[in-house]
Ligand binder design. Structure first.
Ligand code: XIL
Length: 516
């Protein structure tokens, strides 16, 4: 009976609160004004602290540690963004620091994050706010603690937890035509996905409704796959030893496997997002760089383990992989002078592909991936590099990143780039498509739509060679270039003009005409 009353009360509260929240574009997850009881809040302490209600506030006394605090268990959606607000007050000292924090546990291990803080002068109610992207945990406790004032008594009231716009595909989104279907007879249409997106199953269901292939946005880069600590230990016996860890990419691999989505691997050899320790003796940055032989040995072990792991656990799911990324310099068109060059030498790209060909399963296309293919002297540098690799029989595919801006590169520059590389006969991919805009006005979104449309027309003209087109993210607010609105969907998961331009131009034209 008590439970029923509690549910009814919270429903009433929710109804009273929803109109206000809707205006802010956020969804209310939980609110407690402490008018009816402690509502599940309890004292976090070793047993000394107590909670009592006073004037619709929760008072904590008898503390014996700064972490002693009013706390409450919440069930949160991994990957969702939450905002919280709470009023705090203390009457004992001139000023005290208040912190809103989360304790989460996975496999019995509890860890903590501070989400926001504020200083509260004596005797005044002050608003404390915090933000959280929920990680993947078994339990979550939100609590309000203090900084360095372990015995201070204080009160909290009006705790409100909200979340971003609902990521569940709205009815409208479910009715949308799907990119994966419209282009599916020619090539795979896909996207990049990061860890925080992959652990949110509502969001993933929305992505799965549109995309047939996914690339981990960061989680298969060397700084994610290489376990430096464990490699350091293993290198004591064998300098070429490498220990890999798939923790960060596992949620995405598991989702794709369960939903029949293909994956593209990204990336083994790159000058960026690669631990410095990888290049040093004993994986110690204070020690000298390793020899060419040791480095090639490490690279072979690294690739062999990654390929073997995915083939064993997700056979056939990976259809292509970037072996080397961005190795040609913009200004010179020459091979980039990175740690790889210093340790292996000028032929590091060729050696990397040779090793990849040796250890990769036959079904995975080996790709070279780069940006600015539309510009010289880089284009010629890329052309020379891929034709050399082709002669050596180690490359299958070229990936055009295509991080474009509206009007840059021009359509004719892009056309020339695609034609030039297509002439090699290699398989092709658009690997990281996005088009940045100077503003989020309707005018810029229509120009952006035209840019996307031009890219798809160009790809279609070479559809026999393209194996995939992948956007670099789905919704503008989660893009690596979020401030420039580069993607097909907006922050409320609604399709933008660019989506319609590449899937059903008649809808785009109708909407553009209505907007005039
Ligand atoms: C970007 C990611 O999107 C960001 O989250 C990260 O901070 C930096 O890297 N070329 C590539 C991608 O090959 O790996 C890059 O991804 C974007 C440029």
């Amino acid at each position: 009976m008590r439970r029923v009353i509690a549910v009814l009360l919270s429903l009433m509260l929710l109804c009273a609160y929803l109109p206000a929240m809707a205006q802010e574009g956020a969804n209310l997850v939980y609110r407690s004004d402490f008018s009816q009881g402690t509502d599940g809040w309890y004292p976090r302490s070793m047993g000394t602290a107590t909670l009592r209600l006073e004037d619709e506030a929760l008072v904590i006394e008898g503390r014996n540690g700064s972490w002693n605090s009013p706390g409450r268990d919440f069930s949160l959606i991994p990957g969702a963004v939450y905002d919280m607000k709470v009023m705090v007050k203390q009457d004992e000292i001139p000023s005290a620091l208040f912190i809103v924090s989360i304790a989460h546990s996975a496999g019995g291990v509890e860890t903590y994050e501070n989400l926001g803080q504020v200083k509260a002068p004596q005797g005044q109610w002050v608003e404390l706010t915090g933000t959280l992207i929920a990680g993947q945990y078994d339990t979550y406790i939100l609590y309000v603690e203090t900084g360095n004032t372990p015995t201070l008594s204080y009160a909290i009231k009006d705790f409100v937890l909200t979340t971003e716009a609902d990521v569940k595909p709205a009815e409208e989104a479910e009715q949308l035509p799907a990119l994966k279907d419209v282009y599916g007879d020619r090539y795979l249409f896909g996207t990049a996905v990061t860890y925080m997106e992959a652990i949110n199953s509502n969001r993933m269901d929305f992505y799965a409704s549109q995309f047939a292939i996914m690339t981990p946005g960061n989680e298969m880069k060397p700084d994610s796959l290489l376990n430096v600590q464990a490699s350091k230990a293993a290198a004591k016996d064998d300098e070429t030893a490498v220990v890999v860890s798939f923790n960060a990419v596992k949620p995405l691999m598991d989702y794709c496997w369960a939903h029949g989505i293909k994956m593209h691997g990204h990336v083994f050899v790159w000058h960026s997002q690669t631990p410095e320790a990888f290049f040093h003796e004993g994986y110690e940055t204070s020690r000298p760089l390793v020899s060419r032989e040791v480095m090639l040995g490490r690279l072979e072990n690294f690739m062999a383990q990654a390929f073997a792991y995915v083939e064993e656990n997700y056979p056939g799911m990976f259809v292509s992989w970037d072996i080397v990324n961005e190795a040609i310099e913009d200004g010179s068109g020459k091979v980039r002078n990175s740690n790889w060059m210093k340790v292996v030498g000028e032929d590091y790209v060729e050696r990397a592909f040779e090793v990849a060909r040796k250890v990769a399963p036959a079904g995975i296309l080996l790709c070279y991936n780069d940006y600015n293919t539309a510009f010289e002297p880089k284009q010629t540098g890329i052309y020379k590099l891929v034709t050399t690799l082709q002669e050596q029989g180690t490359i299958d595919c070229y990936g055009f990143q295509m991080h474009n801006a509206t009007g840059n590169p021009t359509n004719s520059q892009l056309t020339r780039a695609v034609e030039r590389i297509a002439a090699t006969g290699l398989k092709l991919r658009v690997s990281e498509l996005d088009v940045t805009c100077s503003s989020n006005s309707e005018v810029s979104f229509n120009v952006q739509a035209e840019c996307y449309q031009n890219v798809m027309k160009l790809v279609d003209a070479h559809a026999d060679q393209f194996v995939a087109v992948q956007v670099w993210g789905v919704v503008d607010n989660l893009s690596w270039r979020a401030s420039q609105y580069p993607l097909l969907f907006d922050a409320s998961n609604k399709p933008k003009p660019a989506f319609w331009a590449i899937i059903d131009p008649s809808v785009w034209r109708e909407e553009a005409a209505e907007g005039e």
